[in-house]
Design a protein around this ligand. Structure first.
Ligand SMILES: Nc1ncnc2c1ncn2[C@@H]1O[C@H](COP(=O)(O)OP(=O)(O)OP(=O)(O)O)[C@@H](O)[C@H]1O
Length: 445
């Protein structure tokens, strides 16, 4: 295995060759360039860890070149070769970002350890970068599955606005991927290394939402024993995602408008305003424009939020993405549920394509997960689909009564979850009491 790649930039062929031979013997991969122009070309094509550059080049000054290269290739380390006795060049090169400098004519005892140190540092930097990209990749736009023109258009808009600090309002039905988009926008923005805080505005009562968002001072209300940071403060320097913003009470909307305008707010029970540096993303599945006309949502807040809107298509409007998404979820959920399932039958695919997806991608994901749990073989077939997916009217009279089918289905689900009734009720999307009643009614054991 190579010890890393080194690029030598020097117009003196003899010296270049000598250094190249020395470094090749040490196990490095060595590239050579006689001038800055050819060095740039090589850097476009290859990943270079360390550069050894002469100061006097035919088309550039190595000290100046260091500054340029460090800004275009921050992870690459540069060693500058100065003429004998010219310390000033070396010092300036370090100021410009060089790892160190060598004097032409230095012996191998100085060159090799220095190259090795620069190499260790550069390789570590390359490794950190690649891990960061892998981690970041979990959330960036590559995770937005879909090839339909409608979703590609939404991704395109989101990518463009991600680079700015603009407030974005994501519109779309429940389960259409608004949170997935919000995370992707954050990851693709300059704030990606900072917090992403998601708040579901419908999950809290009015007073609680206010103190969760803005935080409170100790003693602000009964039970407020200590000062508490709110979500806005937690998101400082990063992004806050306000999901289901249409559910927010009108007087809280007024306070939020102030945050949008000034990035300032008051903690509950505090008289000093707090300033934050945050980007605000919001989402709703309601028609806020209509609500603003009716007065159930503040018009001024709506205008602020709607400066940049992205409409996410419902799954029914992009049916061509159903097979892609189904394959994606199968690949993700089969290993998660310790199942070896390699595909789905044509009938299963057809049933997915014919279905009306009210719950959008979330519903599709749930259907695949349920199918994966119930499947016995290594292919998903229609017997593991919920009842509404099968069309008995097209296949002649159903062999079983509806009650028999229900009994059979509940029994199967209970088996699949080893009798865990809470989990079974979740999968069947019925209440626990209803499940107990049905177990009694059908005498399921
Ligand atoms: N384009 C996509 N590719 C892959 N998975 C997706 C995509 N969009 C959504 N999902 C998945 O679908 C589910 C629902 O997505 P998400 O929570 O983003 O929807 P939402 O619109 O925010 O829903 P709600 O309105 O209920 O908050 C999640 O499991 C998410 O990972």
């Amino acid at each position: 295995m190579t010890q890393g790649t080194i690029l030598i930039i020097d117009d003196e062929a003899q010296l270049r060759k000598l250094l190249a031979r020395l470094l090749t013997l040490e196990g490095y991969t060595v590239l050579e360039a006689p001038d800055a122009r050819s060095a740039h070309k090589l850097l476009e094509k290859s990943e270079v860890h360390v550069i050894l550059s002469d100061v006097k080049l035919p088309d550039a000054n190595g000290v100046e070149l260091t500054r340029q290269l460090k800004s275009s290739h921050p992870d690459t380390e540069i060693l500058v070769l100065t003429a004998y006795g010219n310390i000033a060049d070396g010092v300036q090169a370090i100021k410009n970002g060089a790892f160190d400098y060598l004097t032409k004519g230095d012996d191998n005892n100085r060159i090799l350890p220095l190259v090795s140190k620069a190499m260790d540092k550069a390789r570590l930097q390359f490794r950190v970068r690649s891990l960061e990209e892998k981690l970041g990749g979990k959330h960036d736009f590559s995770q937005v599955i879909g090839q339909s023109p409608r979703i590609l258009e939404a991704v395109n808009l989101a990518r463009k606005v991600a680079a700015t600090d603009a407030t974005v309002l994501l519109l779309g039905e429940t389960g259409s991927g608004k949170e997935v988009f919000a995370q992707a926008i954050h990851r693709a923005s300059a704030r990606s290394g900072q917090p992403f805080v998601a708040v579901n505005c419908s999950a809290f009562g009015k007073e609680i939402l206010e103190s969760e968002l803005f935080g409170h001072k100790a003693g602000a209300f009964t039970g407020a024993v200590k000062d508490k940071k709110g979500f806005l403060e937690e998101a400082n320097n990063g992004t806050i995602f306000l999901d289901e913003i249409g559910e927010m009470a009108l007087d809280l909307q007024a306070k939020l408008l102030r945050v949008l305008e000034t990035r300032e707010f008051y903690k509950v029970g505090d008289s000093k305003p707090l300033k934050v540096n945050i980007r605000i993303l919001a989402a709703t599945n309601r028609d806020l424009e209509k609500e603003a006309e009716k007065g159930t949502f503040r018009a001024d807040l709506y205008y602020r939020l709607s400066a940049f809107m992205i409409q996410l298509p419902a799954l029914n409007e992009r049916r061509q993405d159903v097979p892609l998404l189904a394959d994606h979820f199968l690949a993700q959920l089969a290993p998660k549920n310790a199942k070896r399932i390699t595909g789905m039958t044509a009938a299963f695919r057809q049933a997915l394509e014919n279905h009306h997806w009210r719950g959008n991608i979330r519903e599709l994901r749930n259907v695949i997960e349920r199918a994966v749990i119930l499947a016995d073989g290594n292919e998903l077939d229609i017997d593991v689909l919920p009842l509404e997916f099968t069309h008995p009217e097209n296949d002649g009279p159903a062999p079983l009564s509806l009650a028999d089918m229900e009994k059979k289905h509940i029994t199967r689900v209970l088996q699949a979850v080893n009798g865990n009734k809470t989990r079974a009720a979740e999968m069947l999307q019925i209440g626990l009491t209803t499940l107990y009643n049905k177990i009694k009614e059908y005498n399921i054991r």
